[in-house]
Design a protein around this ligand. Structure first.
Ligand code: ADP
Ligand code: MG
Length: 728
């Protein structure tokens, strides 16, 4: 019986690009399925429209009777577009998005039926939420969580369902999702940044954090993906020998996009347009069958929702093109993994990018203020930043010589390094008129509007300044951006609040001029945050040593890294800013630790199963062929057979050795799991899985991969790397 592998390969022979319908102009369909300003103007009364806009722009509350009007307008719009159902769309701590559809349809007493959608249904819903992770906040038997409308992210139609972005909170008010703390962090960074921006321009009344993510992913033919239990269940290969050709020739990166893939992308982008996701860039990535997609940046809450929606959409569209999309950070050994760079900045309501250098000394002082405060914040909270991107799957990537290391540092380029070096020399206290003029002309004034270092990207840096924004490059491709964005915006908010206090104190107590005070504080910050700046090769061993000397953390595994989430410092930070209570933070910590344990546990089971039930039986089968051959040679040639059967006999022995090592590895791994499973404490259990269970993966894999090279290709049951990576 030929294996599933060959059935799958055969299926791929007949693949042709699936045709797609693209509009002539993308701008014609952009946002057509979004209840955006245009749709609202058409379907809402003036009062309702104003009320929603006010909620979006100023965070004001929407009155209940107005919500009734809004829901009616929304329903009419949705029905006109073919929607039959509505759902509260939210992002529980599973990492995926969640939805439970209800029909608009309702029966009346007279036996007739109507379509109904009231304000109450728009504003709040109570999904039976007992199966979402809550870290012990909400007793599961109570199942008392509710979703509440987030008017700042517009409703949209997906298929035939009206989706209403919502937060997910417990009845006692604790956040059970990613969005709630993110919204709180965005609110505090708005207030803090606005206050500082007012030093430079009184007209600033609001600052939005902006996010432009870049999503990397792999596409594997769906038949091939399904033929592998590890890809199907864990989203990555747990074994498989490298293909003779991998990415050595650099012939995939930015190469021409394969036809089937291009059609998938065109289809996906068309759907993105309808949903108002402003996708712009697509290209091949470094590894074979690896690709990237990036949108135009947006306000962070919306960008996060769009990324979550996109990931969901990608699975669905990939299916239609006979692909499986892999978001895992490391689906294949020995070729590059996938990340999700988070490009981040702050923008004022007056249209100024606060991390963009300007054309005047004053604008540049503003730029430097936000730039240096960000560096200081990152320096202060490097461990928390590392924690914000920790996951079992991202552990494969950080520090694996293709992605930034597990050490957080910031790259700023040579031009800005020079500027900061000069600023550091500013005299303490009041500046002489001469010094100030000099500074303005020769230091601050010399920052060009476009920084040359823009292009001089240090790809090894986890947090790089790229001319007009920071690029947080260590984020994993499976991550929900809300997690790192909550942390980044919170620490910058904290920093800006402290900065303003210090500057105001100098102005008031020391009677300093505003500029003098700003220069004085920035100068100290430059000194304080020097250790976070690193311009060299982040992949090198030298940096690990240097970073250690500087006292920077280097947590290579998730259980180690996550601890910073419940440190005294972090708890005080989030409590102080009103972003998360201690209870909420501890709950999240527990959920993430449990998630880690479960993922390693699942992978361990899959690996044990594949190795014992697929690899070993196949190896024995092949060994039997060899034994028969040797036996036959012996029958014919008698004592001389050894000359002829030397190679075969060696193979027989090698196979036995590998089988023995695999067997031992699996038995030891299972014993380690049993021990770890007895541990009740989430943190200790995760550590046991990390330190005692996971190390067996490599051992088992090594011997399975060796067998793959020895055993007859015709009977090898697992689809090979070359087939997974080079079938287009
Ligand atoms: P590149 O760096 O590839 O030359 P860009 O700098 O224009 O191109 O953009 C890279 C990514 O950064 C894009 O996803 C883009 O949307 C995002 N980006 C650009 N400017 C900002 C900003 N001010 N805030 C957040 N993201 C931004
Ligand atoms: Mg990038």
């Amino acid at each position: 019986m030929p294996t599933l592998r060959f059935h799958a390969i055969k299926e791929t022979f007949n693949r042709v690009p699936v045709p797609v319908n693209e509009p002539d102009r993308r701008s014609d369909i952009f946002g057509k399925n979004v209840f955006n300003e245009t749709a609202m103007r058409q379907y809402l009364t003036k009062d309702s429209f104003k009320s929603v806009m006010d909620a979006i722009e100023n965070g004001s509350k929407i009155e209940r009777h107005i919500a009734d009007h809004i829901s009616t307008g929304m329903k009419e719009w949705a029905i006109a577009k073919g929607a039959t159902h509505y759902t509260h769309w939210f992002q529980p701590l599973t990492g995926a998005t969640a939805e439970k559809h209800d029909a608009f349809f309702e029966t009346m007493e007279n036996g007739q039926a109507i379509e109904k959608f009231g304000g109450g249904q728009l504003v709040q819903q109570e999904p039976d939420a007992s199966s979402f992770p809550n870290g012990g906040i909400r007793n599961t038997f109570e199942a008392r969580g509710y979703t509440a409308w987030d008017p700042t992210s517009p409703a949209f139609i997906y298929g035939t369902t009206l989706c209403i972005p919502t937060v997910f909170v417990s009845y006692t008010g604790e956040a059970l999702d990613y969005k709630t703390p993110l919204l709180r962090a965005l609110q505090v960074v708005d207030v803090a940044a606005t206050a500082v921006a007012k030093y430079f321009d009184k007209n600033v009344v609001k600052v939005n954090a902006t996010l432009g993510w870049e999503q990397e992913y792999f596409l594997v033919d769906s038949a091939l993906a399904l033929s592998r239990p590890d890809i199907s269940l864990a989203g990555r290969t747990l074994l498989g020998h490298s293909s003779a050709k991998g990415q050595q020739l650099d012939d995939h990166y930015f190469g021409s996009i394969p036809a089937r893939v291009l059609n998938f992308m065109r289809h996906l982008e068309t759907e993105c347009m309808l949903l108002g996701i402003p996708v712009k860039t697509r290209h091949n990535e470094v590894a074979p069958n690896q690709f990237e997609l990036a949108p135009i940046f947006e306000e962070t809450n919306l960008a996060v929702d769009h990324n979550s929606l996109l990931m969901d959409l990608m699975h669905k569209i990939a299916d239609k093109h006979n692909f499986k999309v892999l978001f895992h950070e490391k689906p294949f050994a020995n070729v590059n993994g996938s990340g999700k760079h988070n490009n981040w900045s702050l923008a004022t309501n007056t249209g100024v990018n606060l991390l963009g250098p300007g054309s005047t000394p004053m604008k540049n002082l503003q730029f430097l203020t936000f730039f240096i405060n960000t560096l200081k914040a990152v320096n202060e909270h490097e461990e928390l930043i590392r924690a914000s991107i920790a996951s079992a799957s991202n552990d494969h990537r950080l520090g694996a010589n293709e992605a930034p290391p597990a050490i957080i540092s910031a790259f700023i380029g040579s031009q800005l390094t020079e500027v900061l070096d000069e600023l550091e020399k500013v005299t303490s206290g009041k500046l002489s008129p001469q010094e100030k003029t000099d500074l303005k002309l020769n230091v601050v004034g010399k920052i060009p509007e476009i920084l040359l270092d823009n292009t001089d990207r240090n790809r090894t840096s986890p947090f790089a300044f790229t001319g007009n924004k920071f690029e947080f490059r260590a984020v994993g491709s499976t991550a929900n951006c809300a997690n790192p964005m909550t942390v980044l915006n919170a620490i910058v908010a904290r920093q800006l609040i402290d900065f303003k206090e210090e500057v105001d104190a100098l102005i008031k107590d020391k009677k300093m001029k505003k500029d003098d005070a700003i220069f004085n504080v920035l100068k100290e910050y430059i000194k304080d945050s020097k250790r976070i700046r690193f311009e060299g090769d982040g992949y090198g061993e030298a940096w690990e040593k240097e970073a250690k000397k500087r006292g920077l953390s280097n947590h290579k595994t998730t259980p180690q890294a996550l601890k910073a989430k419940v440190s005294k410092k972090t708890i005080a930070l989030f409590e102080g800013l009103g972003i998360m209570s201690k209870v909420e933070q501890e709950a999240r910590y527990e959920i993430e630790m449990e998630d880690y344990t479960k993922r390693i546990q699942i992978e361990g089971r899959i690996l044990g199963d594949i190795a014992r039930n697929h690899v070993i039986p196949t190896a024995i089968q092949y060994q039997n062929v060899l034994i028969e051959n040797v036996q036959g040679l012996k029958n014919i040639y008698g004592a001389d057979f050894k000359k002829l059967a030397g190679e075969q006999m060696q193979l027989i022995e090698q196979i036995s050795e590998h089988i023995a090592k695999i067997n031992k590895g699996i038995t030891d791994m299972i014993n380690a799991r049993k021990k770890a499973n007895k541990i009740e404490d989430a943190e200790k259990s995760a550590i046991a899985y990390c330190d005692d269970v996971k190390p067996y993966f490599e051992i088992i894999r090594y011997h399975c991969d060796k067998l793959e090279l020895l055993v007859d290709d015709e009977i090898w049951p697992l689809t090979k790397y070359r087939e997974l990576l080079f079938t287009k």
